[in-house]
Design a protein. Structure first.
Length: 217
């Protein structure tokens, strides 16, 4: 047990040192890098919504991926230091006004829809796993609803969610909207962490309630 914990601490420290060396604001940047290396979710010129963006590590990766012709819109409850190539909003994503503000940045930039929506949102930890997991699914559900409304056909989606009682039901919600859905535990995540990234590609558009999905694993 002690040896395993020591190894995990060393692994976290290695990504932390690498982030410092390469100028990323958080080691979580490598989680998104690993997601995109495997699934090619974001490409040059894309418009991407980054939900739960503070302190900006994911947005740094996104600005690199989309390049100067792309658009990155980040939102978080916390203030995010300005970054070239990204627009940041401070607000509570559980509020409709905040979600509308994110979409408004996109439309003012001349984009009709986002090419991808990514979410690293997580609840404030209460110490009760069941409660934290339920809150995690709720936030992911808000991210999915935002994607359903503002994602272009064929677009991509990625969100962090904690495994638990509501996980499979939420995963089925994602499957109904996308052609392909994958579960991924990035190497940059702690080995024992319950966080899972759901990565979805091929947005089909809103489906009638109860419509079946033939999503591939």
């Amino acid at each position: 047990m002690a040896k395993t914990r020591w190894y995990q601490d060393r692994q976290r420290e290695a990504f932390y040192r690498q982030a410092k060396k390469e100028g990323y604001r958080a080691r979580s940047a490598y989680k998104l890098k690993q997601v995109n290396d495997k699934y090619m979710l974001v490409r040059k010129g894309d418009a991407v919504a980054d939900l739960g963006a503070a302190p900006g590590g994911w947005s740094q990766v996104l600005t690199e991926l989309v390049g100067p012709t792309g658009l990155v819109v980040g939102v978080d409850l916390q203030r995010i230091r300005p970054m070239q190539g990204a627009t940041f909003l401070r607000g509570d994503f559980t509020l409709e006004a905040t979600r509308d503000a994110v979409a408004e940045v996109m439309t003012k930039a001349g984009r009709e829809k986002f090419d991808a929506v990514v979410s690293d949102m997580a609840p404030d930890m209460s110490g009760s796993y069941d409660l934290d997991q339920a809150r995690s699914v709720h936030l992911s559900g808000l991210a999915l609803a935002f994607a359903e409304r503002h994602l272009k056909l064929g677009g991509g989606f990625c969100c962090k969610v904690f495994e638990g009682a509501d996980f499979q039901e939420f995963r089925e919600d994602v499957r109904r909207l996308f052609a392909k859905v994958y579960q991924f535990h990035p190497p940059a995540s702690r080995k024992k962490s319950s966080e899972i990234y759901l990565v979805a590609k091929g947005f089909r558009g809103p489906l009638p309630e109860g419509a079946a999905s033939d999503a591939e694993e």
